[in-house]
Design a protein around this ligand. Structure first.
Ligand code: DX5
Ligand code: ZN
Length: 217
């Protein structure tokens, strides 16, 4: 199972996105957090900025949509060229239909779960998705502490993927750092979003490498 590191630019300098993206050219994905101030109590960026990011980097873009009505908006992110588009299970009216549309546009389809949302309702639908995002903090802000209580959900998700013989990725997002990444990896995650750990590090590129080594070990 491949270990993938996806730095989140949420806490980077938005006035110098090109420079911030250049720091993580060795990452597997760039994770972009779209927030609408309704699904979460924070507002970030939308499609126009994503389009600029897509032009400014060769790193595939992993869009994490923390928005209401993703059924209406998500496909445009796939059409724009995002390699992966993840919507929240709590917000999507028809997540399977939406995932099929995302795949039809050539994107990987992700389904995200808040810390309190169970994965069980989706275990029979795993083949419809390319990735399950187990949020390891309450979505909305960077810099929060990793919630250990989410570890069993990561383990259950990984076990169900293995049992079904699927190649669905298990992503974790929130509080991932040198202190927590091994716990998440041991539990069964293989895609690691890290925002402040990467962008607060003196050397972002070196931090990406360190995180990858720790997750692989
Ligand atoms: C939070 C976002 C995360 C955030 C992670 O809702 O989904 O992607 O940027 O930031 P850290 O790594 O600082 O917890
Ligand atoms: Zn995110």
């Amino acid at each position: 199972m491949s270990i993938l590191i996806a730095p989140s630019i949420l806490n980077s300098d938005f006035s110098d996105l090109r420079g911030e993206l250049a720091k993580i050219s060795g990452a597997d994905y760039v994770h972009v957090d779209v927030m609408d101030n309704h699904f979460v109590p924070n507002l970030t960026l939308g499609l126009p900025v994503i389009e600029s990011i897509l032009r400014a980097t060769d790193v595939p873009v992993d869009a994490h949509l923390m928005i209401e009505e993703p059924d209406r908006w998500a496909v445009a992110y796939a059409e724009a060229g995002c390699a992966s588009v993840t919507v929240h299970a709590e917000a999507a009216a028809a997540p399977v239909r939406l995932a099929r549309e995302l795949r039809r546009q050539g994107a990987r389809a992700g389904l995200a779960l808040r810390p309190a949302s169970p994965v069980e309702p989706y275990l029979d639908l795993l083949s419809e998705f390319d990735m399950i995002l187990v949020m390891t903090v309450e979505p909305g802000f960077g810099g929060q502490s990793f919630i250990d209580g989410t570890l069993p959900k990561i383990t259950r998700t990984r076990a169900a993927v293995e049992e079904a013989g699927l190649d669905v990725w298990v992503q974790v997002d929130g509080g991932i750092s040198q202190e927590t990444i091994e716990r998440a990896s041991d539990a069964g995650a293989n895609v690691f979003v890290a925002g402040s750990a990467v962008y607060k590090a003196e050397d972002a590129a070196a931090e990406v490498s360190t995180l990858r080594e720790l997750a692989t070990a």
